[in-house]
Write a protein that binds this ligand. Structure first.
Ligand code: 5GP
Ligand code: ZN
Length: 131
């Protein structure tokens, strides 16, 4: 199995899972842009949001539940949803994923959305979400 995210679903590669159901899992991004940056993916392999129109509706409940969890546990002030389809759009892992990006009043606006923040301690965030 060569797909990185299929291997995460299979448990072959460790991840910090914050939500799971029969169809999807959500885990913390290893290189977060903002505190609580999470990826929601279908358990089944789908290349991207365009290649299988059924996939996004399938994972919609997981996206909504994860967004609610992030708001409730991290107290973020807003959320961005993003799914890159195709290398030209910036997609680097070719297994459909929706980025859920919690946003805080200290760093507002769309232009401040993108870009890794190495100061974020992903294990601290994971502990906050599980508590
Ligand atoms: P893309 O650019 O394809 O939309 O986003 C891929 C995302 O996957 C990036 O934000 C990147 O940090 C994240 N990522 C890549 N490899 C791993 C990994 O092994 N574990 C986790 N949790 N996230 C990963
Ligand atoms: Zn896959």
């Amino acid at each position: 199995m060569s797909c990185l995210f299929c291997r995460i679903v299979a448990g072959e590669i460790p991840s910090r899972v914050v939500y799971a159901d029969d169809t999807a899992i959500a885990f913390l991004d290893i290189n977060p842009w903002h505190r609580g940056h999470t990826l929601v993916i279908p358990r089944r392999h789908v290349d991207d949001v365009v290649s299988d129109p059924a996939a996004l509706p399938e994972i919609a409940p997981a996206i909504a539940a994860t967004a609610k969890l992030l708001v409730e546990k991290l107290g973020c002030d807003g959320i961005n949803l993003l799914s890159n389809a195709g290398a030209v759009a910036g997609q680097e892992v070719f297994h459909l994923h929706v980025h859920i990006i919690p946003r805080y009043a200290s760093s507002p606006g769309l232009r401040a959305m993108i870009g890794p923040d190495p100061a974020i301690d992903v294990d601290e965030v994971f502990a906050a979400l599980r508590g």
